[in-house]
Design a protein around this ligand. Structure first.
Ligand code: FAD
Ligand code: FMN
Length: 597
């Protein structure tokens, strides 16, 4: 049955490889484990696949590099920061104490994970590692690969381009593959007749928080559903800083889960124990399977069954198709010949589960579903509250992400926000604090000029709360200027009463609304309002050396930056070239922060 794996060794080079990963929200860890499996299939010997900090001593790195090819896969977090489990590694190799040429003889390559909307820190951590290893005498067997969140297939696009080059560099021949299923990574035991009170799975590093409020803020008959989503932190040890974000582990909604259980012929109430029989499984799997769980929990809390499928999912699924026509069609989908069919699926907003339903003969059993379906990836939300102002709650502002599928005209909803839209108050949700990207002035009097677009107003609300907290403690506070961009004032200007309160309390200097559709015959954007208020910008940013914050959709960044530079060029009398130069220094000094998505 598992011929794909058993033939592999004979094909390979026997090369030994150490895979080190730096991960913040777990995606790079998953990739590293997957890559480890692919290396093994090609006859390479993966001697280690661990996080970067597990090999943070320079001597250990040197020792491993004597006999191993070193492959480093690293995400960038914060704003150009190293993930927490890579910081020791970086401080070791970046140290001036490491002698030049220390890594002579080391063969290595790097794969960076990032998001190109972080233009000035795109894959910064991976790039730094790549350059430093070279500087210390290492030999790059391959140029750095990049997995970009913004690509069509997210990181898989870049990985699928890089991988053949890697095989070529290490001369690893393609394994023979008869297309049959690979061995599962898990052993699932079903306890017939047993019943348990399911205990919600809490992924490593996350905390289960009770939902205190889930309130729609836009009118119920309005097209966009924007929510105030509040989590109770009281009684939990969940330290967070101003400007942090939270990763929310969404769950699949009950209607979808029940349909999937039926489709795969699974009994949702069945109690299981799952053993990890491969070392290629993630820490998140290992932790989750320390407890007994029901099959329904696995489908609800772990499997990313209802998100957009990747092209590689087609190949995985094809292994289970009993109809040869379906197998052929599934294998064709990720290729050039399948482009049209693939586009049709994407245009219909098809999910992994939709793909399964389209090819009904391909029904992987539970152990294989666990092996081939990716884990639910948490979604990030900016903190909309200050940890000091309200020490018992943590607020988020979430817009339910809906779009019209171009192929079918049907309205589709994103997986995480579909959950947010339905989840009742009182339920618990797993969340993890993620370091924010914002930089703050050292004192409270330095002006803050903030641009909040749509739900980008969330962090700005938290900044104002924080300022109010400081003011109430008797600290002198400086100007806080908000440019608030949204579609319409009546429906979309969120937290109306609070802006009035912040003004009354003397912490909000001015709130300037840019309501896109409120002026007949003209669309108004934040950039237009910035152009009308040039002196407000220059007085606070040039004269008083204030800080600037851009929060919200990444698409708006260029126009906001353009308006800022235009104000500095004309009102600030620096001219175009001078404004460009000023902006560079402004960013370099950490006075420009951006949280865009
Ligand atoms: C640092 C940071 C802070 C953020 N802060 C906030 C915040 O404060 N508030 C907020 O509302 N959001 C915020 N976000 C965005 C948030 O993390 C999510 O991206 C957003 O809620 C959408 O998630 P989703 O799972 O509902 O949509 P997803 O399912 O991830 O869908 C995202 C997009 O992918 C496409 N897509 C999805 N599925 C398919 C399919 N099957 N076929 C074809 N196309 C598909 C669609 O274009 C869709 O719009 C933030 C993001 C970041 C990175
Ligand atoms: C809060 C936050 C900050 C980020 N900062 C950057 C960045 O500065 N540069 C970049 O290229 N990518 C950045 N990213 C994108 C991540 O590197 C990317 O999503 C990666 O796949 C995450 O991998 P991980 O789950 O292994 O941490 C950021 C992501 C988040 C959530």
């Amino acid at each position: 049955m598992h011929a794909a794996a058993s033939n592999d060794k004979a094909q390979g080079t026997g090369e030994q490889v150490v895979i080190l990963y730096g991960t913040d929200t777990g995606v790079t860890e998953g990739l590293a484990k997957k890559f480890s499996g692919l290396c093994t299939e090609r006859g390479m010997r993966v001697t280690k696949c661990v996080d970067l900090d597990e090999m943070s001593e320079v001597e250990d790195i040197k020792e491993a590099a004597k006999t191993n090819l070193m492959v480093i896969m690293c995400a960038t977090c914060g704003h150009g920061d190293f993930p927490a489990n890579a910081s020791l590694f970086w401080s070791s190799i970046a140290s001036l104490d490491v002698a030049p040429g220390a890594f002579k003889g080391m063969r290595y390559c790097v794969f960076g994970m990032g998001d190109r909307s972080y233009a000035d820190s795109f894959c910064e951590a991976a790039k730094l590692i790549d350059n430093r290893l070279l500087e210390l005498g290492g030999t790059k067997v391959l140029e750095m690969g990049i997995g970009d969140d913004r690509d069509e297939d997210k990181w898989e696009t870049g990985f699928n381009e890089w991988l053949p080059k890697f095989w070529e560099a290490v001369k690893a021949a393609e394994p023979t593959d008869d297309g049959s299923p690979k061995p599962p990574l898990f052993d699932v035991k079903i306890w017939d007749g047993a019943a348990i009170e399911p205990v919600q799975i809490c992924p490593p590093g996350s905390t289960l928080l009770e939902i205190g409020e889930n309130k729609r803020m836009t009118p119920s008959d309005y097209v966009r559903d924007i929510r105030h989503f509040s989590l109770i932190t009281k009684g939990n040890d969940l330290p967070f800083d101003l400007g942090d974000a939270v990763a929310v582990y969404y769950e699949n909604i009950p209607q979808d889960v029940e349909e999937a259980l039926k489709w795969f012929g699974l009994n949702g109430d069945a109690v299981t124990t799952v053993s990890c029989i491969s070392d290629r499984v993630s820490q998140r799997h290992k932790e989750a399977f320390k407890q007994r769980v029901t099959v329904r929990q696995l489908v609800t809390e772990m499997l990313d069954l209802f998100g957009r499928p990747t092209k590689s999912a087609c190949k995985d699924l094809a292994r289970f198709a009993t109809s040869s026509a379906e197998k052929k069609a599934l294998l064709q989908l990720p290729t050039k010949a399948g482009e049209k069919d693939w586009k049709e699926l994407v245009d219909a907003s098809a999910s992994f589960f939709d793909l399964c339903k389209k090819f009904p003969s391909a029904k992987p059993p539970l152990d294989q579903l666990l092996s081939i379906v990716p884990l639910i990836k948490p979604r990030l939300y900016s903190m909309a509250s200050s940890p000091f102002y309200d020490q018992e709650r943590l607020d988020l502002t979430i817009v339910i992400n809906q779009w019209k599928s171009p192929g079918t005209g049907k309205i589709a909803t994103g997986v995480s926000t579909k959950f947010i839209q339905q989840v009742p108050v009182g339920r618990k949700v797993a969340v993890q604090v993620v370091c924010g990207t914002f930089k703050f002035p050292r004192d409270e009097v330095t002006p803050m000029v903030m641009i909040g677009l749509g739900t980008g107003i969330a962090p700005i609300r938290s900044f104002l709360q924080d300022k109010l907290y400081m003011k109430k403690k008797g600290v002198k506070t400086g100007p806080m200027i908000v440019f608030y961009g949204c579609r319409t004032e009546k429906e979309e200007l969120l937290y109306k009463d609070e802006w009035a309160m912040f003004k009354r309390e003397g912490v909000l200097t001015e709130l300037i609304g840019a309501f896109q559709f409120d002026t007949p015959g003209k669309q108004v954007f934040v950039g237009d309002k910035m152009a009308e208020r040039k002196s407000l910008l220059t007085d606070n940013l040039l004269g008083k050396e204030g800080y600037f914050y851009m929060c919200g959709p990444a698409v708006a960044t260029p126009s906001v930056q353009k308006a800022l530079k235009a104000a500095v060029a004309s009102e600030g009398k620096k001219g175009e070239a001078g404004a460009e130069k000023w902006f560079e220094t402004f960013m370099h000094d950490g006075r420009y922060s951006e949280e865009s998505y």
